[in-house]
Design a protein around this ligand. Structure first.
Ligand SMILES: [Zn+2]
Length: 498
């Protein structure tokens, strides 16, 4: 016998799915248990978002939310097929045994109407009487075990640890579905992690609590340290206690149609219990800062082994993005161009236009990353066009992959305008090599000549929306990512030479 129920997934969950043996409540009817509150999760339960990103702290009931979503959708929609994927087999087993199967087993309602002796109850597969199926799998190094499956909903958990190369393979599963529901969930790491990238593309719903004292709107995702009071969260401005129950979701990027929710431990009802708050404060004290940001606040963090952080670039992204010389910006200063020839194996042809705006500060006016399918002649033509459009004085081009191109540029623009540069390890910052007709530089010194001014806010970049724009052909990396992905090892080694 088949049953069809019409009900909101959140109401279905409350009515029929216990969690760890106890009834699940969005809002506890007992006023003494006001900490047992999680109404901010309702939109996540009840909207069938085509794409949903959950960027969360640890211990914010992420697994429970997911398990409930799988079970309710499977119960409410006959023939619904869903896939849960996580990086390791162990994580997949824990999710299946400790969350999914436990909830199914302990729900009287599901047991009575949705499973029987003909349905499958296995670690990696759950079926229901209404022909709905949940597959559970893992994709660490490869997604091979998941190849060929088809589904209406695909959830990738611990998304930050899944290799980004595997994501398109996994997404194949949704090709034939009418629903095509995609869900990425995880705990953030660095700003260049793909979880953060997906979050950036989403509508970025953030929990915001209005202070009853001074009316300040307190966002959970910015300056979280200021929310930490002695006994619970407090207003960043006036220090009065805040109640998460007075909060609301606000979209920081409302023009996006992709759903994204940031869930911090600070907004959970749970931390209103004194013991849980104490525990949270002690973690903030004991854990290294990046871990506190990732696991307690649910935020990305540029770890200190990266000399250039996203925050630095963002703060310096105050200039315009020009497409030709504009003397109202460049004044009478000389403009230069630099070209880095890539090999199209993870490195691409890039050209940058910039100049000094005063004795210290250098401003970038334009940059261009060329797609691997652009023809060499077209790229060369574009470089020449930009060189002329900006009336550049000199173009510095790296030797190596582009030597032939450099010779062609010299032919077109003149030998004295096109400097070929070879980055070596030679100890002197730069010298002219008369035999090879090129400049030889010290690679690490040259890197420091870029890194240190950026750190000291002496480089001005174009507006953030240009800096942060993902390049599809480059694994969605942006121009800013090319700076923030540098590792400190490099610059510290170089410091020794200074
Ligand atoms: Zn206040």
């Amino acid at each position: 016998m088949r049953y069809k129920i019409k009900m909101k997934p959140s109401d279905f969950t409350e009515a029929f799915i216990p969690v760890q043996g106890r009834p699940f409540r969005f809002k506890d009817p007992d006023p003494k248990r006001s900490w047992n509150w999680r109404e901010y999760l309702r939109p996540i339960y009840d909207n069938m978002y085509r794409k949903l990103v959950l960027k969360t702290s640890r211990q914010v009931e992420k697994s429970t939310t997911q398990a409930n979503r799988y079970i309710t959708y499977s119960a409410l929609i006959p023939f619904f097929r869903s896939i849960y994927v996580t990086p390791t087999a162990k994580q997949a087993r824990i999710f299946s045994n400790d969350r999914l199967r436990k909830s199914i087993r302990t729900s009287e309602f599901i047991n009575k109407y949705f499973v029987d002796t003909n349905t499958t109850d296995q670690v990696f597969e759950q079926t229901f009487i209404n022909e709905s199926t949940i597959f559970i799998g893992y994709a660490f190094l490869t997604a091979d075990t998941m190849r060929g499956l088809s589904a209406d909903m695909l959830g990738i958990d611990e998304f930050q640890d899944v290799l980004s190369d595997n994501v398109p393979v996994l997404r194949e599963a949704l090709t034939a579905s009418d629903y095509k529901l995609l869900m990425y969930t995880g705990t953030p790491k660095t700003f260049d992690n793909h979880l953060e990238k997906e979050w950036q593309k989403s509508f970025q719903a953030v929990w915001v609590i209005k202070c009853q004292g001074c009316n300040k709107y307190n966002r959970m995702d910015s300056e979280p340290e200021k929310l930490l009071g002695k006994n619970g969260i407090i207003c960043k401005k006036c220090g009065k206690p805040l109640r998460t129950q007075n909060g609301m979701w606000i979209k920081m990027n409302p023009s996006s149609e992709e759903a994204g929710f940031h869930i911090s431990q600070l907004q959970t009802g749970r931390v209103q219990r004194p013991a849980d708050w104490k525990d949270l404060l002690s973690k903030v004290e004991r854990y290294p800062e990046h871990q506190v940001y990732n696991e307690v606040f649910g935020l990305s963090y540029d770890s200190s082994d990266r000399p250039i952080t996203q925050a630095m670039i963002q703060a310096a992204a105050t200039g315009p993005f020009l497409t030709a010389l504009d003397t109202s910006v460049t004044k009478n200063n000389h403009v230069f161009m630099g070209v880095d020839w890539g090999e199209n194996k993870g490195s691409f042809n890039v050209c940058v236009v910039g100049g000094f705006v005063d004795s210290k500060r250098f401003q970038i006016y334009h940059f261009r990353k060329f797609a691997p399918n652009e023809k060499p002649d077209e790229i060369l033509g574009e470089i020449v066009r930009l060189f002329r459009a900006f009336r550049c004085q000199v173009i510095g081009c790296d030797h190596g992959a582009g030597h032939k191109e450099n010779l062609r540029l010299q032919e077109i623009l003149g030998f004295e305008k096109v400097w070929e540069i070879f980055h070596a390890n030679q100890g002197v910052s730069h010298k002219w090599d008369q035999d090879r007709l090129m400049y030889i530089t010290d690679r690490t010194r040259i890197m420091d000549n870029l890194i240190i001014p950026i750190q000291e806010n002496q480089v001005i970049f174009p507006e953030w929306k240009y800096m942060n724009k993902p390049f599809k052909f480059d694994n969605n990396r942006s121009f800013a990512d090319d700076f923030t992905s540098l590792t400190k090892e490099y610059s510290e080694r170089s410091r020794k030479f200074l």
